[in-house]
Design a protein around this ligand. Structure first.
Ligand code: A3P
Length: 319
């Protein structure tokens, strides 16, 4: 892949004009529309903003990185395809493919590396994943009636998950990033699609303004009450579970299929990798709430709590 191909004169000038910081894995992060992107991803964001044509029936799964994107993709895919696969334990695409393949990312997959995005294999409603902040969504998304499901996770666990994940993406030569160095960056908002708090807050406000358009979910809430959240999700997406489905255990079946244990133990997820090189197993680590306390000092925990309080204090959103 030649990054040069994506770099028109206009884009070069734009990138040169943006604030830059050293990335966690890539050399550079650029702050575009208030949020940080690697050079490669920023180019894809620009292409996606220019080219993506949303349809009213599209469903966008929007997440902050490491908030449970893989899980959400699996759940919504299983939910929307439940009629086609009535016996998911025996036959289901999720048993043979990673959720990121079944629900591709807009900017990180379909438009990456100057690709001509191919939508011919999609059936309606089309399902896409994205980490784009609200401000950077393509105009066609803003102007259509498509639905957005937003998922986030408490900042402490998100940070710890991101620290582990990015260290897995670093080569042996690069060595691992120290917890302290990346913690400082995360607190300053300098991480992929950060600042974390701004990302969450934009979608939180939008979900209050347009509840029929944006459903706001938290990882911890799905962990705590998976059935309640799945029923809520189905209602929001216009395909509620019938009484018969509920008594037949369809809700439980979907949750079991998409559970950490089931997905992480599948052959495909133990051995496969994305075209872009990330091993599927990197997306499954512990899948628990509260793991941050095993890695962060009490001072670090306090600092993140303080930032969270400062940033979200009058929003009604709490973690
Ligand atoms: P941990 O690193 O805390 O274990 P994303 O999918 O957005 O990249 O997020 C990855 C995080 O979600 C990881 O968190 C991963 O273990 C967890 N995860 C992946 N699949 C999951 C599932 N089916 N259920 C719950 N958590 C899951």
């Amino acid at each position: 892949y030649l990054q040069e191909e994506c770099l028109t004169q206009e884009r070069r000038q734009l990138i040169a004009s943006l604030p830059t910081e050293k990335g966690w894995v890539a050399n550079h992060l650029h702050q575009y529309q208030g949020f940080w992107h690697t050079t490669r991803q920023l180019l894809a964001v620009l292409t996606c903003q220019n080219q993506f044509q949303a349809q009213d029936t599209d469903i966008l799964l929007v997440t902050t990185p490491k908030s449970g994107t893989t899980w959400l993709k699996a759940i919504v895919f299983a939910l929307m395809n439940r009629v086609q696969y009535p016996n998911p334990e025996v036959k289901h695409p999720l048993l043979a493919e990673n959720p990121h393949v079944l629900v591709p990312f807009l900017e990180l997959e379909l438009y990456i590396d100057n690709r001509v995005a191919d939508f011919t294999t999609f059936t309606s409603p089309r399902l896409f994943g994205t980490h784009l902040p609200l401000v950077s969504l393509p105009d066609s998304v803003k102007n259509s009636a498509c639905k957005l499901v937003y998922l986030c996770r408490n900042p402490k666990d998100t940070f710890v998950s991101l620290w582990h994940f990015t260290n897995k993406l670093r080569t042996k030569d690069m060595g691992e990033n120290s917890l302290e160095e990346t913690f400082d960056k995360f607190c300053r908002g300098v991480c992929l699609y950060g600042p974390f708090w701004d990302h969450v807050l934009e979608y939180w406000k939008e979900s209050l303004k347009k509840p029929e358009r944006v459903l706001f979910l938290k990882y911890e809430e799905i962990k705590e009450q998976p059935k309640v959240q799945l029923v809520r999700l189905a209602q929001f997406l216009g395909c509620p579970f019938s009484a018969q489905e509920e008594t037949n255990g369809v809700v439980d079946e979907i949750l079991k299929l998409c559970s950490f244990d089931t997905l992480s133990n599948l052959e495909v997820n133990k051995t496969g990798k994305l075209v872009s090189g990330e091993e599927y197993k990197a997306f499954f680590r512990r899948g628990e709430v509260g793991d941050a306390k095993n890695h962060l000092t009490p001072q670090m925990m306090e600092k993140l709590d303080q930032i969270t309080q400062d940033k979200l204090h009058d929003s009604g959103l709490i973690f």
